[in-house]
Design a protein around this ligand. Structure first.
Ligand code: SF4
Length: 312
């Protein structure tokens, strides 16, 4: 590329200089013209081959942004065709979304929403929740996973916000760039990449941040979109980087919902239905599992580690 660029620049300068001198030399202009087209043709041909090389080489797909986004777009289209467009979220303010996300950890959505409604009814404002005793909170959220732990971490997280900002609000995040807002959120005790992304993407902030839950992580690893031994931070960062730059926050929300739906239906933790999965032709794990029935992988290979209580 550099050589072609330098040849082109030199040739253009030479042509310009000589062409000024020999204004009436028709043969010179024709020769210049043909050589120019030849050079352009070579450059085009080179770029075409470079494009094809970039399109088909996995290494380049991770390196170039257009290549990194390509598998995401294909997966998105397949899942849209299989499941239809997800319903838009009911957007809460950022602080309420944080409360919901904290009690939603390792808990089914409908159970978390019921607990969230119970807290809102009981305390009427999150300001009162931050000063509530754990033994008052726990009975209200007793159907979520690890209620005793969340009854402690939830008000502690709210108090941490008040301590840093002087009052309990996350509205100021609207004025921060997404990366800075995310960094601010992950400094709150108990807030990791998933919860920070949900505050930014699901709430009224509507930022470009992919929420990577257990289902999304499992699907991404089986599709080899991320390495299998990657931790939550790395998986979240890699998948976020694969979002097409033209996608809006709503597109990214849809992508999260579609991956999650796949993880809840076809790509379940212990018994993935690879045979009928809409992504099977794109999935190295699915193909390995079904291409050689005699060597089917044990379901143990699909099992996800159980999260420890201390990791909440
Ligand atoms: S082919 Fe199998 S492993 Fe791959 S995404 Fe589909 S269900 Fe999951």
């Amino acid at each position: 590329m550099v050589v072609i660029f330098l040849i082109g620049v030199s040739w253009g300068a030479f042509r310009s200089a000589v062409g000024q001198e020999i204004r009436d030399g028709v043969w010179v202009r024709k020769a210049f013209s043909r050589l120019t087209w030849l050079a352009v043709g070579s450059a085009d041909s080179f770029l075409l081959h470079l494009f094809l090389f970039c399109s088909y080489t996995r290494f380049m797909q991770y390196t170039l942004s257009i290549g990194a986004a390509a598998p995401t777009i294909t997966i998105h289209r397949r899942l849209l065709a299989a499941f239809g467009a997800p319903l838009p979220p009911l957007r809460l303010d950022p602080l309420s979304q944080l409360v919901l996300a904290l009690i939603n950890v390792r808990t089914r959505d409908e159970v978390a929403r019921a607990a969230f409604a119970g807290l809102a009814l009981k305390f009427r404002s999150w300001d009162r929740l931050q000063h509530a005793a754990p033994d008052v909170i726990e009975p209200i959220i007793d159907r979520v996973t690890f209620p005793e732990k969340k009854a402690v971490t939830l008000p502690a997280a709210l108090r941490a916000i008040t301590a840093r900002r002087g009052r309990l609000t996350l509205d100021f995040l609207d004025e921060l760039p997404t990366d800075a807002a995310r960094a601010w959120l992950t400094d709150i005790p108990g807030v990791g990449p998933k919860i920070s992304a949900s505050v930014l993407n699901f709430s009224t902030l509507q930022r470009r941040a992919l929420v990577v839950d257990t289902h999304c992580k499992r699907v991404a690893k089986r599709l080899r979109l991320v390495p299998r031994p990657a931790n939550d931070e790395k998986v979240s960062a890699l998948l976020d980087g694969q979002m097409p730059s033209i996608w809006t926050a709503e597109d990214i929300f849809d992508h999260h919902r579609l991956l999650k739906q796949l993880g809840q239906t076809y790509c379940t933790a212990t018994t993935p239905s690879c045979r009928s999965c809409p992504l099977r032709s794109l999935c190295p794990t699915g193909q390995a599992r079904w291409a050689a029935p005699a060597k089917r992988l044990s379901d143990d290979r699909f099992a996800e580690p159980v999260m420890a209580v201390s990791s909440l």
